[in-house]
Ligand binder design. Sequence first.
Ligand SMILES: *Cc1c(COP(=O)(O)O)cnc(C)c1O
Length: 388
Amino acid sequence: MKDLKQIDKQYIANTYARFPVELVSGKGSLVYDENGKEYIDMGSGIGVTAFGIADDEWQAAVSAQLGKLQHMSNLYYTEPCALLAEALCEKTGMKKVFFCNSGAEANEGAIKAARKYAAEHKGPEYFTIVTLVNSFHGRTLTTLAATGQEHYHELFQPLTPGFVHAPANDLQAVKDAALQNKAAAVMIECIQGEGGVIALEKDFVTGLAAFCKEQDILLLVDEVQTGNGRTGALYAYMNYGITPDVVSTAKGLGGGLPLGAVLFGEKTEFTLGAGDHGSTFGGNPVCCAGALSVLNRLDQDFLDGVKAKSKLVFDTLQGKPGIEQVSGMGLMVGILTEKPAADVVKACMEQGVLCLTAKNKVRLLPALNIPDEVLKKALDVIIGCAAV
Ligand SMILES: *Cc1c(COP(=O)(O)O)cnc(C)c1O
C-alpha cells in the first residue's frame, strides 16, 4: 500500500500544514496513531468533540438516529431538529433557531439577518457590521471581511463590502465606528479564540450591549468556539450578563459532527422569512440527535465541573518556568510561553500530548469531561516542554 502521507500530499489541497501523525482511533481524551502510540487530546478537534472521542452516550444517540433516518432535507419535519431547537431556546431564552453546518455559515446567517433587520427598521443604508480588530469569524468571503485580521484578507480581494473593524475594549472607538458608518450590527467574540484566547473586558461588553440596545443596533455574539459549555457557562456571553440579539454557534455543538446554529432573540425572531435563507444539510437529523445529547448533559452541575477543571489548569500552569501568562476562560486556555509556541506543541506531541496554537500561544481546548488525572498528566508534560 502507498504511504498514506504521500497520498494525502498528492491529492489533498495544500491548505493545511499537517503534523506528521496519522490518527486512527480513540476513546474519551485518549487517541492513538498508526503505530499504536497514545496521545492525550488537549485540542478535541479544535473544540469540537465536547465529550471526547467516541463518547458512549453521544455515540448511542447518533447511532440510533443513523439507523432510522439520516437525512430528508428541510422540506419535512424531523424530530431531532425540532427538539434541539426547543432545547437551545429553553436553555438560552432565545426565540428561534436556524441550523447550518459550520461556524462560518452560522455567522453568514447572523449577518444576513442583521442586514435585513436594519434595512427594515432603519433603512437600506444601514448595512455596515462593526467587528473587532484581531477577531476571527470564518473563511468565506463575507466572514473573512468580518474577520479583523488583515493578513487573512490580502489574497482574496475584493471581499464583501460593509465591514469595519474597531479596537477591542475601546468602547468609544466602537461607538464612533458604529455611528459614523450607520451600523446594522456589532459582532463580537466574548473571548477571541484564533486571535490568541483573549477575553474581552467586562465593562466593554456590558457597555457595548447597553449602547447597542439604546441605538437599536443589533449585538451579534459569535459563540462558535466559546459556546456549548466551553467557558464554564453554556454560552460565553452568559459570563458577562448580557442578552445578545443574535448568537452564532457551531464547533462543540454537534459533539463531533458538523452542525452550526444561529439563535435569534426577540428583535430578530421574525426577521428571516420563508425563502430568505436555507441550507440543504442544515438541521441534519443525525447531527441534531448527537447535539441534543450534548446539550442535555450541559447542566449546571456539569458546567461547575468545567469551572473546577479550569481552575486546576490555571493553578497548575500559572507561574511555572517558561510560562509567561495564562489567558482565557473555562477550558479555553491560551499559554504564552517563552519558547515559540510551535516548538512547545511539537515537543508535547513527541511526549504524547496534542495541543493547539493560537497566534503566538499554545492553546488548549480539551474535552469538557477530560478526567482530572488525564488532565494533570497532560499539564505536567506541557510544563516540562515549556520550561526553558
Ligand atoms: C472556528 C471559528 C469560526 C469558523 O468556523 P468554521 O466551522 O471553521 O466555519 C468562526 N468564528 C469563530 C469564533 C471560530 O472560532
